[in-house]
Write a protein that binds this ligand. Sequence first.
Ligand SMILES: Cc1cc2nc3c(=O)[nH]c(=O)nc-3n(C[C@H](O)[C@H](O)[C@H](O)COP(=O)(O)OP(=O)(O)OC[C@H]3O[C@@H](n4cnc5c(N)ncnc54)[C@H](O)[C@@H]3O)c2cc1C
Length: 316
Amino acid sequence: MAILQKFMEKINSKMPCTAELGYNEPMALHTTFKVGGPADLWIKPEKEHFPAYTAFLLGAARAEGIPVFILGGGANLVVSDRGIRGIVLDTGAWSGCDFFPGKKESSGEAIILGGTQADTAVEAAAGQGWGGLEFLAGMPGSIGGAVWMNARCYEKSVSDVLLETELLDEALNRRVAYYIPEEYGYKKSPFQNRDVLILSARFAMKKRPEAEMRQEMGSRRLDREAKGHYRFPCAGSAFKNNRDFGKPTGKIIDGLGLRGLTRGGAQVSPWHGNLIINTGNATAADIRGLVEEIVTRVNSLLGIELEPEILFVGEP
Ligand SMILES: Cc1cc2nc3c(=O)[nH]c(=O)nc-3n(C[C@H](O)[C@H](O)[C@H](O)COP(=O)(O)OP(=O)(O)OC[C@H]3O[C@@H](n4cnc5c(N)ncnc54)[C@H](O)[C@@H]3O)c2cc1C
């Protein structure tokens, strides 16, 4: 810890920036699953100096061999019980949306900062009469995380409306990455294999009556509520779907009678096979154990290899 405190003193003397920070910060406070041990250092830099400060911080950390994990809304993560070594860089304050009319009267564009909550972006767009992001209504997490994951809801993926992404690239330069369809797939984006920070994303938007959008957004949120998404801490679907399996993964798990299967405080929700919930006192090890057990059972009974969608991060 002393090393990181010294590191931060050095950083702050060279580039002062207001930031919330915590040493030994429990990651359970920053994930929707509400599990996860301590990060050596969790830092959430203010919006004003975010790009310059994060570039400086990332460069300095790299020079000293300190690992940095980029945190969006923590909505797709299982952080290990031992926590995360090094720095967790929280993008949450880097939030905001701008909307621009396009060449045609009915078309436009949105530029949304990476730390913006997806639901906040959807609300802002609807408030200004811009449609395109309604499918994300009610989905927890940030726009940066949604681009990184190529999040998909109600048959629509982020890549369906993405035009370009602004990155802090591997060399810590701000750079635009244009949308290249071949680089994206189901829950797949090119950023999953790269050491980059997504600063913002530009989306194609269309003028749409606000009342119509509000109705769609409301019905998405109600549907999520009805599906029990918010009933217990979780990270959404535990496993990816795969067309080759012939049916949704939830149905496959249901079919084997695995609803309600429990490991410590982690449970396959009693109402949906593809939702693993924290019933109150789950550890990351409980969740990992349950995921592994489901993978093994499905594989041995059906010969199908399920792929987790939730990400396991942190010290094993
Ligand atoms: C109740 C519930 C319902 C859900 N429903 C859906 C759904 O319908 N569809 C769906 O696809 N997902 C769903 N999810 C999962 C989750 O909401 C998405 O995966 C979301 O996009 C994750 O975003 P995040 O900001 O929370 O990312 P995090 O969980 O914080 O991080 C995920 C990954 O993205 C990286 N990352 C995050 N931000 C950045 C950035 N700015 N730059 C670089 N890397 C970054 C992280 O390092 C990490 O590797 C659901 C989750 C919950 C809790």
